[in-house]
Design a binder for this molecule. Structure first.
Ligand SMILES: [Fe+2]
Length: 436
């Protein structure tokens, strides 16, 4: 059985849109120069930096759609290369790479061709028009050819990833079920059949307290602006599947946000590689790393700085626009056990080792709510920062009627039994640790 984990880290990319609107690969004067200006090359440098300076090491790579521009074979060749090289660089097995299609991943030409064939054969086209995913599904099959149970197929064009090493299950929702070459179909919809399929599949993982991650391309929470392309059946998603998921990630809006769908935390990231004229002018290219644990959700949000040709911290995703390392509270069943179970300290045959371990446990305090700029909990040495407490007491030399301020440590030494009473925050717990 897979072991309990105390956290899971994700690399979340979206809207890479390989094709004519992909920003990378156009700068080099020569082929030798151009090799440095690829999404893979720029990401590798940044991810190495995040690992070295912040300990961010993704366990899984997830991409929330619009991997290609027009769903063409040549574009998916580039997608394959990205997934292959990036997962290898990060030591992420292919079984821990999860992708979902976006509206740009369907091929309108093959869809129109299918409609024309149906017309010639005097039959009605059958939704969701499988030929539209011709090149997406071919790339999918090639990438996962050695992985059993990971499928995207004609009668079931969505995917469930079971990742036992991470105790995580990923619901890869396909929100392009309605999309076709025709006007009036360009919006997101998952469909009740798919939602109910995932709900029934997720039940057994929920019983075992696996972390349940949902991926979808279209935004389930409507934006403030005109947003006709959003997920039309977001209400069904909330009602049918919302209680079965721990976290939902999406793309499509080209904007890194945090929201809630009912009680379900929903995070998005912007386009990792779209040219400036194809996305909101005020929002740069983005990606994020997400860590889920008993500590809630930690995000490292990044933006691309074209002037310096490198990824840097993106502060616009934080509530006040001032942080690129963001913590949000969340209570995940998957990490409750690892959060509360602490191995009890037992005396060992060697008393010196026992005392050394005991001192390690009681010699530090961790002030609640105080963290460093890198989001690490602050640790203070009691010896260094403890201010000795005193208590009013009868004079220790026993003169009747006299009262004096006596250091608590002396009071302990002088008393066989002692009752310590104090207001909340007075320092009772820290005091009890200090003489230990
Ligand atoms: Fe999209």
């Amino acid at each position: 059985m897979a072991q309990e984990r105390d956290s899971i880290s994700l690399l979340h990319l979206s809207d890479t849109q390989f094709g004519r609107n992909h920003r990378f690969g156009n700068l080099g004067a020569t082929a030798e120069d151009g090799q440095f200006d690829t999404l893979i090359a720029r990401l590798k440098i940044d991810l190495d930096l995040l690992r070295k300076d912040h300990g961010v090491a993704p366990d899984a790579l997830v991409v929330t759609g619009d991997l290609a521009e027009w769903g063409r074979k040549s574009e998916f060749d580039d997608v394959y290369e990205l997934l292959d090289r990036l997962s290898k660089h990060l030591n992420i097995p292919r079984a821990h790479v999860a992708i979902v299609p976006g509206n740009h991943d369907i091929n309108r030409a093959t869809c129109e061709g299918y409609f024309a064939t149906c017309k010639g054969d005097e039959v009605e086209p059958v939704p969701p028009y499988w030929p539209k995913w011709k090149h997406y599904s071919k790339m999918f099959d090639d990438f996962y050819k050695d992985e059993s149970g990971i499928a995207f197929k004609e009668n079931q064009s969505w995917t469930l990833w079971e990742m036992p090493e991470l105790r995580m299950v990923v619901a890869g929702l396909n929100s392009t079920m309605v999309e076709s070459h025709s006007d009036g179909t360009h919006y997101g919809e998952v469909g009740e059949n798919q939602l109910r399929w995932f709900k029934s599949k997720l039940e057994s993982y929920s019983r075992d307290d696996w972390f349940a991650l949902g991926l979808v391309h279209h935004n389930a929470v409507r934006g403030a602006k005109d947003d006709d392309e959003n997920l039309r059946d977001a209400n069904d998603l909330r009602q049918i599947l919302g209680g079965s998921l721990d976290l939902l990630l999406h793309g499509h809006t080209h904007d890194g946000k945090s929201a809630r769908l009912g009680l379900l935390p929903v995070l998005s990231t912007g386009s990792a590689a779209l040219k400036p004229d194809q996305r909101p002018a005020e929002i740069p290219n983005q990606y994020q790393c997400v860590r889920v644990s008993a500590n809630g959700i930690d995000r490292w949000t990044r933006r691309y700085d074209p002037g310096d040709k490198r990824w840097i911290g993106e502060t616009r995703c934080s509530p006040n626009g001032d942080k690129w390392i963001i913590n949000e509270p969340a209570n995940f069943a998957a990490f409750r056990k690892t959060a509360t179970v602490r191995e009890p300290l037992k005396p060992t045959a060697d008393p010196a080792r026992y005392v050394e371990k005991l001192l390690g446990e009681v010699s530090k305090i961790y002030p609640q709510g105080l963290k460093t700029g890198e989001n690490k909990v602050i640790e203070l040495s009691i010896e260094e920062y403890y201010i000795p407490l005193a208590t009013p007491s009868r004079s220790m030399d026993g003169k009747p009627g006299e009262r004096a301020s006596v250091p608590l440590r002396e009071a302990i030494a002088a008393s066989r039994k002692l009752l310590i009473v104090g207001d909340p925050g007075a320092g009772k717990s820290t005091f009890l640790l200090s003489p230990a």
